[in-house]
Design a protein around this ligand. Structure first.
Ligand SMILES: [Zn+2]
Ligand SMILES: [Zn+2]
Length: 115
């Protein structure tokens, strides 16, 4: 069970119902998962508990995200002329393995069907 608490900030949905806060491991501060504001008055004990539960700030996951070796941007690649290319700098992702490219082509085709 993740640790849940109320948010102390006015206007946040977390004041009426409990939310699962997250801990920034760099600053050791606790934040509301709904309004992203810092929650003061979080006891040392709670922080230790959150660390044990690994309730850290989640990196926003990019669907089928690939980190580009040319520009360093992590984004969902595009399929251009049967190549997997970076949408930011349009350079092909040559560091990917063939099976992974096959999978990506397949997934991207189905994911972008309705676009
Ligand atoms: Zn909040
Ligand atoms: Zn790039």
């Amino acid at each position: 069970m993740p640790f849940a608490m109320f948010c102390q900030h006015k206007g946040c949905k977390g004041t009426g119902s409990q939310m699962e806060p997250y801990l920034d491991s760099k600053t050791d501060k606790v934040y509301c998962s709904l309004c992203d504001q810092e929650l003061p008055n979080v006891t040392y004990f709670v922080k230790v508990q959150m660390k044990a539960l690994k309730q850290f700030r989640q990196k926003q996951a990019v669907a089928f995200g690939v980190k580009c070796q040319s520009c360093g941007k992590e984004a969902q690649p595009k399929v251009v002329n049967d190549d997997i290319v970076c949408p930011a700098c349009t350079k092909p992702h040559t560091h990917l393995s063939e099976p992974f490219k096959m999978m990506l082509k397949d997934k991207l085709r189905t994911a972008n069907k309705d676009v």
